[in-house]
Design a protein around this ligand. Structure first.
Ligand SMILES: Cc1cc2nc3c(=O)[nH]c(=O)nc-3n(C[C@H](O)[C@H](O)[C@H](O)COP(=O)(O)OP(=O)(O)OC[C@H]3O[C@@H](n4cnc5c(N)ncnc54)[C@H](O)[C@@H]3O)c2cc1C
Length: 438
């Protein structure tokens, strides 16, 4: 079997690694449009050793080569390398596409001025850190978008003592992840670290002639030497539009087995959608964990559809200065937007017997079935891994009663006699009993 994998980030890498294990006799050709060594931040020696190992496993990594067309009828791809400049045609038996997404751009006047950047990965983050440390010309930084990536960028520049303004159309940072009261301490720490929050403002245009000089919103104008745009991502699938079924937002349409509408063509990662566990909607959740799980499933389904993708809860975590936050499943805000019944309880307690540091946990559940729908937690102590437990509970359709009576350990150095997650579930059960007579 000749397998071609397109894209060498999370999805592509996991697909290649899994295919090496499951199809050791196959020939795998792996295309990546970027320079792989630069993408990974590797030395020349490390790349040489990696290529050698891949070759021994039947894999050829072809980087700086863009796949420009899919010729489904003949099971072929058209590829465009830097050298030779003429496109070439290559054949596949099976094809796994993981072309991912690119940063969404502003569409207002001035959006293409020099000095406006967006981030697409590790290399870009490294560049940003270097700019913050070494580029004295950059004093006034405006970050547009207060999601995970925007907050990360704002923190990098605030730590370098730059003047940072964070703009978002929503009234709070991390609107897509946290409810307002859970995000409140995060907003406060951003302010405490000198970041000006310009929430509830929409960017109207970017000003400047040779270079961006300011960002104008519907409320105010902010001077800028550098503008970081972090307003989400869009699937990198334009080149597939003439052959593959795409959703209206450009995601490749796949079934539960990662199969596209074309025989022998599977797609994974940010370029596709997943089933959202709590709502059962098909949505885009751009996370590396999803891309990697889809990759393992795609390889398992290469010959026969045996392994459907389980629903996902968008489980994620982020450090923001001294805080560590994590979230999974539905927030109250999103449930209200979807008109879905939801009840929530919020509980704050010390993390362990040996510290005053607290953790605040919000648990969301269905008021009729008591099934757990989501959770958010925030603390100065790293308790983020607990969110994985709630994600599993959502996947297993656990109720608050089941979580409240689950078997959790107590060890004074690591926990309180009643762990914060269990305590939150107990509070939820008490709350539920109040509106549901016994
Ligand atoms: C700054 C930043 C930080 C992040 N941090 C986290 C995190 O902490 N945790 C987490 O879960 N997620 C994180 N993410 C999201 C995560 O990076 C993505 O969900 C994940 O990389 C998706 O993997 P993918 O393989 O689907 O696509 P991508 O990572 O987008 O990779 C697609 C690859 O395909 C290549 N490609 C595209 N089209 C072609 C073509 N036609 N020919 C050849 N090659 C092509 C691209 O060059 C790219 O290398 C972060 C994202 C960003 C931008």
């Amino acid at each position: 079997m000749k397998l071609i994998v397109v894209g060498a980030s999370h999805g592509g890498t996991e697909a290649v690694q899994t295919a090496i294990e499951q199809y050791p006799d196959s020939t795998i050709v792996w295309y990546e449009q970027a320079n792989f060594r630069q993408m990974m931040g590797w030395s020349v020696e490390k790349l040489v050793a990696y290529r050698k190992k891949l070759t021994a496993q039947g894999v050829t990594l072809v980087d700086e080569t863009r796949v420009v067309r899919l010729l489904a009828a003949t099971h072929q791809l058209v590829i465009q390398a830097k050298e030779p400049a003429t496109p070439q045609t290559v054949a596949y038996d099976k094809l796994i596409l993981s072309p991912g997404s690119q940063a969404r751009q502003l569409t207002v006047t001035g959006a293409t001025l020099p000095g406006i950047v967006s981030l697409r990965g590790k290399g870009d983050l490294m560049w940003l850190r270097e700019q913050a440390r070494q580029n004295a010309q950059l004093q006034r930084i405006v970050v547009v978008g207060a999601g995970y990536i925007g907050l990360g960028a704002a923190e990098i520049f605030a730590q370098a003592h730059k003047t940072v303004t964070l703009i978002d159309v929503n009234e709070q940072p991390l609107h897509g992840y946290l409810d307002a009261e859970i995000a409140a301490p995060i907003a406060q720490t951003l302010r405490n670290h000198g970041i000006k929050l310009a929430m509830g403002q929409r960017v109207q245009r970017l000003l400047g002639e040779q270079h961006v000089t300011a960002v104008e919103t519907d409320t105010a104008t902010y001077a800028a030497d550098l503008v970081v745009v972090a307003i989400g991502a869009v699937p990198q699938t334009q080149w597939l539009a003439d052959t593959l079924a795409l959703t209206s937002n450009g995601s490749v349409v796949t079934d539960a087995y990662q199969r596209t509408n074309l025989t022998d063509v599977l797609a994974i990662g940010d370029a596709t959608q997943v089933n959202d566990g709590p709502t059962q909607q098909r949505i885009t959740i751009a996370l590396a964990g999803n891309a990697r799980q889809q990759a393992r499933n795609a390889v398992a389904n290469l010959q026969l559809p045996t392994t459907p993708l389980a629903p996902t809860n968008g489980t994620s975590a982020l450090p923001v200065f001294e805080y560590k936050l994590a979230t999974t499943g539905l927030s109250e805000q999103r449930a209200h937007r979807l008109n879905r019944p939801i009840v929530a309880v919020t509980w704050t307690q010390p993390v362990t017997m040996n510290t005053d540091a607290t953790v605040t946990t919000k648990l969301c559940y269905d008021p009729n079935t008591f099934e757990i729908l989501g959770a958010q937690l925030v603390s100065t102590v790293d308790v983020t891994a607990n969110i994985n437990l709630v994600s599993v509970a959502i996947q297993a359709h656990f109720t608050i009663q089941q979580l409240a009576t689950a078997d959790f350990f107590f060890q004074p150095v690591f926990s309180t006699p009643t762990s914060f997650l269990k305590a939150t579930a107990i509070a939820a059960v008490k709350q539920a009993n109040q509106y549901r007579p016994a």
